[in-house]
Design a protein around this ligand. Structure first.
Ligand SMILES: Nc1ncnc2c1ncn2[C@@H]1O[C@H](COP(=O)(O)OP(=O)(O)O)[C@@H](O)[C@H]1O
Ligand SMILES: [Mg+2]
Length: 250
């Protein structure tokens, strides 16, 4: 399988009131095409910063990053990026927020509209299309954000704790949806979560990051076949994976 994203020796510092804050320390991450890769690590260690750098929002870093073999600094590749904060536009309705990528790409034809309507149902957002972000729950905003990211139609999605605000049941539904999307649309995903079980259940590979400045302390390949099913969650292998990741984090 070809390498989609290659991050080599990535380091990053921020200047905060004349002091230097070291955030990323020599990070190496590889994401292959059609792979689902998760990053887990303590809060504040630099996970979101990795995604922001990939999304082109932080341009000042050291190290080498390629997408499809091309340096990210020269590449025009567009990721489907979902930031940790949903960033829905408060002046647009839920529906207008969701279809923003279609407006930008000029793909608002009839068949797309029907697809969007079906997705809105699948995401449990029907009836709320004309609400404004301030009028819906955190979980709903997150689902609208995921849907919008999907409609960006990139083959690679960067998802920053997309399920963090969801209740357990909705979270399971969204995990199932994401797994289905992976298979049907052949997506590559780089995913941040603080939920170890979620990382194992969804991923082909999990990177464990240390406290800030973050470096990779563990790389774990998850050998479960796809499609995944929830029975795996109570298997012996699953518990072994969980144990390995917990030991990495503690
Ligand atoms: N633009 C910024 N300027 C200064 N410090 C920042 C900036 N963005 C993030 N940081 C700091 O970098 C560290 C890592 O942040 P972040 O990547 O959001 O962590 P995580 O997503 O793992 O919780 C934190 O200490 C945060 O305060
Ligand atoms: Mg974060």
């Amino acid at each position: 399988m070809s390498i989609k994203i290659k991050i080599e020796n990535l380091s990053k510092t921020f200047k905060v009131s004349k002091k230097t804050l070291e955030v990323l320390d020599n990070i190496n991450i590889e994401v292959h095409e059609n792979q689902f890769v998760s990053l887990i690590g303590p809060s504040g260690c630099g996970k979101s910063t990795v995604l922001r750098i990939l999304a082109g929002l932080e341009k000042d870093f050291s190290g080498n990053i390629t997408v499809n073999g091309e340096s990210i600094k020269a590449s025009s590749f567009q990721f489907g990026y979902m930031p940790q904060k949903d960033l829905l536009m408060p002046w647009r309705t839920v529906y207008e927020n969701i279809i923003l990528p279609l407006e930008i790409s000029g793909k608002k034809d009839r068949s797309k509209k029907i697809e969007v309507e079906n997705l809105i149902k699948e995401f449990g957002l029907q009836g709320f299309e004309n609400f404004y972000p301030s009028e819906i729950s955190g979980g709903m905003k997150q689902r609208a954000g995921i849907l919008r990211t999907f409609l960006m139609n990139s083959d690679t999605m960067l998802l920053d704790e997309p399920f963090g605000a969801l209740d357990a049941i909705t979270r399971i539904k969204m995990q199932e949806w994401l797994l289905k999307v992976l298979i049907e649309h052949k997506k590559t995903v780089l995913f941040i979560t603080h939920d170890i079980e979620e990382a194992i259940f969804l991923s082909d590979r999990v990177y464990v990051l240390s406290d800030r400045p973050a470096h990779v302390i563990k790389t774990l390949d998850i050998a479960f076949p796809r499609p995944r099913n929830r029975e795996m969650l109570s298997s012996r292998e699953f518990l072994e994976y969980k144990d390995i990741l917990l030991k990495g984090l503690l």
